[in-house]
Design a protein around this ligand. Structure first.
Ligand code: SAH
Length: 398
C-alpha cells in the first residue's frame, strides 16, 4: 500500500489526510479493515463488546426499553454500522431471545453495514454459525443469513442500501474509523494538513501544509473557531444526516458510542498496532487509524431533524443502565475465582475513568416526539408523562 501511495503522490502531489486515511483503512485490496481488521485481544485494539458480554446486553436492554417507550411497534430493524467481529450484535440478540416473551409479537430483522469482506465473513460465522449465503444480484444486500435465534440478517456496504422502515441504529467505534480532514491555523490563515513523500528519505511519508487555503478550509472551518488545529469528518456528517432523515421519516432511534469530545479537542489522529501506539504515516494498511469523534459536529449535522442526547460518559451510561446489578448477578452465579476475577477486571476496564469509563461517550438521536409531546391544543390533560430515556437517565422498566 505504501508503494501504491508513493506512486500516486509522485504522480499527482500531496493528498488530504482524509484521502490517506481512506486508503489506509478501506483500500479494497490492501486496506487495514479489508485485510487485517485486528479487533480483540489477539489483534491491534480491543473494544468494549470484546471485553465483556455485559456491554452488549445493556445495549440490548436500551433498544427494548426504547421500543417499549415508543409504543411497541410491531416491527423494527436493528441496523449496526461497522459491526467488527459481530460480538455486539450477538450479545444484543441473546437479550432479545431471553426477552422473547416481551418481543413476541414483534418482527425483528438485523441489517449490518460492513465494508470489509473479511470482517463480514467473521460476523456471519459468529451470528449465523456459518449459515449464510450471497444475495441475488437484484437484492441490495450482498449477503444474508439467519441468526442462531432465527432472526434474518442482511449485509450491506452502505447505509443507503438498507431498506427504509422503523429502525434502531447502532454505531460503536464506527465514526472514529471514518476519514478526517485536518486543519492548522497559520499566520496566513487556515491551511489544510496534507500527506506527501519525504524528499529526504525514499518511501517515507510526511505531513505538509497546503500552500494556500483549499475548498475544505473554506467549507469546514467555522468563522468563530477558536482552536488552532481542527479535525473534521465530513463522512460522519453525511451519515448522521442520513440517520436523522431516516429517523424523522420512519421512526426509531440511533445510539452512537465512541471516544470523542464536544468540539474542544485538537490533534487526536493516531494509530494502533498490537495494542501499542503506531506512527500514523508508517506502514499504512498494517495499523488501525482513528480520530476522536466530534459530537458537536454530529449534533449540528442532524439539522434538528431529531433530538440529540449526550454525549454522556460511558461509566454514567452503563451505571444508569444497571451494570452494577448485572455484575452482582453474574458474580453470584459464578462459582470459580477465575471467572469472578475476570468479571471484576472487565467491569474495571469498562467503568474506570482511567480505562474506558471517561473517554468513551454515548450519544443518541431520537424523534422529537420521544421527548416532547407533539402540540395538540385540545385534550392537553390526557397527555401522560413521557418515559425518560434509559442510559441518559436511570433505567425504569415496567
Ligand atoms: N463495532 C465494532 C468494530 C469497530 S471497528 C466493535 O466495537 O468491536 C470499525 C468497524 O467499522 C469495522 O467493522 C470496519 O470494517 C467498519 N468500517 C470502517 N469503515 C467503514 C465504512 N466506511 N463503512 C462501513 N463499515 C466500515
Amino acid at each position: 500500500l505504501l508503494r501504491h501511495l508513493c506512486r500516486k503522490l509522485r504522480a499527482s502531489g500531496p493528498v488530504t489526510v482524509a484521502e490517506y486515511m481512506r486508503e489506509a483503512l478501506t483500500n479494497p485490496a490492501q486496506g487495514y479493515y479489508t485485510r487485517r481488521g485486528g479487533i480483540g485481544e489477539s489483534g491491534d485494539f480491543i473494544t468494549s463488546p470484546e471485553i465483556s458480554q455485559v456491554f452488549g446486553e445493556l445495549i440490548g436492554i436500551w433498544y427494548i426499553s426504547e421500543w417499549m417507550a415508543m409504543g411497541k411497534p410491531n416491527t423494527f430493524q436493528l441496523v449496526e454500522l461497522g459491526p467488527g467481529r459481530g460480538t455486539l450484535t450477538e450479545d444484543i440478540l441473546r437479550v432479545f431471545n431471553q426477552l422473547s416473551s416481551v418481543l413476541s409479537k414483534c418482527d425483528v430483522s438485523v441489517h449490518l453495514v460492513e465494508v470489509s469482506p473479511k470482517l463480514g465473513k467473521i460476523q456471519a460465522r459468529m451470528l449465523t454459525g456459518g449459515k449464510m449465503q450471497p444475495s441475488h444480484k437484484d437484492e441490495s444486500a450482498y449477503m444474508k443469513g439467519i441468526s442462531k435465534t432465527g432472526i434474518p440478517i442482511f449485509w450491506y456496504r452502505d447505509i443507503q442500501d438498507v431498506p427504509s422502515g422503523y429502525s434502531f441504529y447502532l454505531a460503536h467505534e464506527f465514526f472514529d474509523a471514518l476519514p478526517i480532514h485536518k486543519f492548522q491555523r497559520t499566520e496566513k490563515g487556515w491551511r489544510e494538513v496534507l500527506v506527501d513523500i519525504d524528499p529526504e528519505v525514499p518511501e517515507q511519508l510526511r505531513f505538509v501544509l497546503s500552500p494556500s487555503s483549499t475548498p475544505a478550509t473554506e467549507n469546514f472551518i467555522q468563522p468563530e473557531e477558536t482552536r488552532d488545529h481542527v479535525e473534521v469528518c465530513p463522512e460522519a456528517g453525511v451519515i448522521i444526516q442520513r440517520l436523522a432523515c431516516r429517523i424523522e421519516k420512519d421512526g426509531g432511534a440511533a445510539l452512537v458510542a465512541d471516544y470523542g469530545h464536544d468540539g474542544t479537542k485538537t490533534d487526536t489522529f493516531r494509530g494502533f498496532r498490537n495494542h501499542k501506539f503506531h506512527d500514523v504515516l508508517s506502514a499504512p494498511g498494517t495499523a488501525d487509524l482513528t480520530a476522536d469523534v466530534d459530537f458537536s459536529y454530529l449534533r449540528k449535522m442532524t439539522q434538528e431533524r431529531t433530538t440529540t442526547l449526550g454525549p454522556i460518559k460511558q461509566r454514567e451510561f452503563l451505571k444508569n443502565m444497571g451494570i452494577d446489578l448485572r455484575l452482582q448477578v453474574l458474580l453470584q452465579n459464578s462459582r470459580d475465582t477465575a471467572t469472578r476475577e475476570q468479571l471484576l477486571h472487565s467491569y474495571d476496564m469498562l467503568m474506570n475513568p482511567e480505562n474506558m469509563g471517561d473517554c468513551f461517550n454515548f450519544f443518541a438521536l431520537l424523534p422529537h416526539h420521544r421527548l416532547v409531546h407533539p402540540e395538540k391544543k385540545d385534550k392537553a390533560e390526557s397527555k401522560s408523562p413521557l418515559p425518560p430515556v434509559a442510559g441518559f437517565n436511570e433505567l425504569l422498566l415496567k
